[in-house]
Design a binder for this molecule. Structure first.
Ligand code: MLT
Length: 263
């Protein structure tokens, strides 16, 4: 399984397929296995690369550093350099979407297309920020296992398959507590990037589970309307984790985006 050194730090990624690079960015507290069905289903269209973000999955661990969206976006640019990809189709889910918007803000010229799945462009509300602080306290007091349990209830739709539950549980239970805390702080402090949407220079897709309660369809509709060239895909039978809850529908939406983006 490939690792790559980006400015002295090791990143792990999974890849399948050949052609232009499509870069998949996972959410929180997840890892690159979120995208296994997309790597399998889209390999004939793209060189599909799913990265483990700094501190997640099999990438190098972190200790006590804030995991800002800007830091992750710079890591993605460094990874694309190492893959010798001037541009990429960028697909981000939830926190991965926050990162994708930070990337679009700074590296818009490197996008071939942009897919925002189950995410939002706005910042945390004051209540949301307080919730992040409370979650950090909970993880410090009770460890990551109890935190993973709360994620199971919050992220999946009302009727998840046993496979989707197992995949989520595995990702959440293996994310180090240092990464959980760094990510909660990074998400709490991220700025509102709604203004970035209008500047996205490439075809875009906004994907959302019809039963997503974390970033609901109304939020996705607003983002799609603000993007210059976007299609909206509301996916029935899914909560917040569309790639594992309804992988075929997500692959169909991304395939249509790749058609619009060309090679
Ligand atoms: C995620 O799935 O990445 C998180 O739910 C995002 C968040 O907590 O804002």
């Amino acid at each position: 399984m490939p690792h790559v050194d980006v400015e002295g730090r090791l990143f792990h990624y999974r890849e399948r397929g050949t052609g232009p690079v499509a870069l998949f960015v996972h959410g929180f507290p997840l890892d690159a296995t979120l995208w296994l069905d997309q790597l399998a289903g889209l390999a004939e269209r793209r060189r599909c690369v799913a990265v483990d973000l700094r501190g997640s999955g099999l990438s190098a661990p972190v200790a006590g550093e804030p995991l800002t969206m800007e830091r992750h976006a710079a890591d993605l640019a460094g990874l694309l350099d190492r893959l010798e990809a001037a541009q990429a189709d960028l697909i981000g889910l939830s926190m991965g979407g926050y990162i994708a918007l930070a990337f679009a803000e700074r590296f818009g010229h490197r996008l071939r297309s942009l897919a925002l799945a189950d995410t939002r462009s706005g910042a945390d509300s004051d209540e949301g920020k307080a919730g992040r602080d409370a979650a950090i306290e909970r993880v410090l007091a009770g460890g990551r296992a109890a935190f993973a349990e709360t994620m199971l209830g919050a992220l999946l739709g009302p009727h998840p398959t046993p496979e989707a539950r197992a995949r989520l549980r595995t990702m959440a239970e293996t994310t180090p507590y240092e990464t959980i805390i760094g990510a909660l702080a990074g998400m709490r402090d991220r700025p509102d990037r709604t203004a970035v949407l209008a500047t996205v220079p490439v075809p875009a897709a906004v994907i959302v589970g019809a039963d997503d309660t974390v970033t609901p369809p109304a939020v996705a509709e607003e983002m799609a309307a603000a993007l210059p060239d976007a299609t909206l895909h509301v996916i029935a039978g899914s909560g917040h984790l569309t790639p594992i809850e309804q992988p075929d529908a997500v692959n169909e939406a991304l395939g249509a985006l790749f058609d619009r983006a060309g090679a």
